[in-house]
Write a protein that binds this ligand. Structure first.
Ligand code: PGA
Length: 248
């Protein structure tokens, strides 16, 4: 079935203001991208990026993280209401760096997804196994656990899933199109069997060393509906090539 295509850039803790200007000056034919496309910059650059991209009405600016709380005494956190007030369209939730470096649990991630949905902000729910988990045959149980716990009581409306095998993130090692497609197929099976979702309707993005040279064969797979991209989203020409590939 035809699902919407996505191309999302995750700039992580990168890009100076000058880098952002360079990115924008090398973004090519952005008004012709027909996919859902956007960038999650560092939080302090969200408003700046929005202002600088007024000429691209279709760009979606996203957040790399959000709080599961309302306003209050939560030093260093970002409220979803503040993101919405700033015009943010989506938020990553549960990126592997948040899970491994900042100890985010499946339960916390679940609260963030629920909160984002209830406030009307699109959550991009990230999951994926480590190399050790894959090599020891635990890939499916890890993915199932992340889905079942992270998406407990979550609606399948207004959510995007991003499968990012940890061993492929920032390493230059991409999952082969078959490996990625197989994992996405398994994710759909879990969504339908364990969560009773109509899984064919859910968009699942692949992430992990996606670049212009491999994006087409990944996007050609039945179960891959777009990509979440780190390194190759930092330069305007490379990100444009990715968005073009998702706009076909
Ligand atoms: P990468 O990062 O494209 O640099 O591998 C992907 C991600 O972490 O979302």
């Amino acid at each position: 079935m035809a699902r919407k295509k996505y191309m999302l850039g995750n700039w992580k803790m990168n890009q100076s203001l000058e880098d952002i200007d360079n990115f924008l000056s090398t973004l090519d034919n952005a008004n012709e991208f027909s996919c859902y496309w956007g960038i999650a910059p560092q939080a302090l650059h969200i408003l700046r990026l929005m202002k600088a991209t007024k000429r691209f009405p279709n760009i979606k600016v996203g957040s790399q993280n959000c709080s599961e709380q309302d306003f209050g005494a939560f030093t260093g956190e970002i409220a979803i209401q503040t993101l919405l007030e700033s015009g943010v369209s989506f938020t990553l939730v549960g990126h592997s760096e948040r899970r491994s470096l900042y100890g985010e649990s499946d339960e916390l991630i679940n609260q963030k997804v629920l909160k984002a949905q209830s406030e009307g902000l699109l959550p991009v729910f990230c999951l994926g196994e480590t190399l050790e988990e894959r090599e020891s045959g635990k890939m499916e149980s890890v993915i199932e656990g992340q889905l079942v716990k992270g998406l407990a009581n979550v609606s399948q409306k207004n959510i995007v899933i991003a499968y990012e095998p940890v061993w492929a993130i920032g390493t230059g090692k991409t999952a082969s199109p078959d490996q990625a497609n197989g994992a996405h197929e398994f994710i759909r099976k879990v969504l339908s069997e364990k969560l009773n979702w109509d899984a064919d309707k859910v968009s699942i993005l692949y992430g992990g060393s996606v670049k212009p040279a491999n994006v087409e064969e990944l996007l050609a797979q039945d179960n891959i509906d777009g990509a979440l991209v780190g390194g190759a989203s930092l330069k305007g020409d490379s990100f444009s090539a990715l968005c073009k590939a998702a706009s076909i």
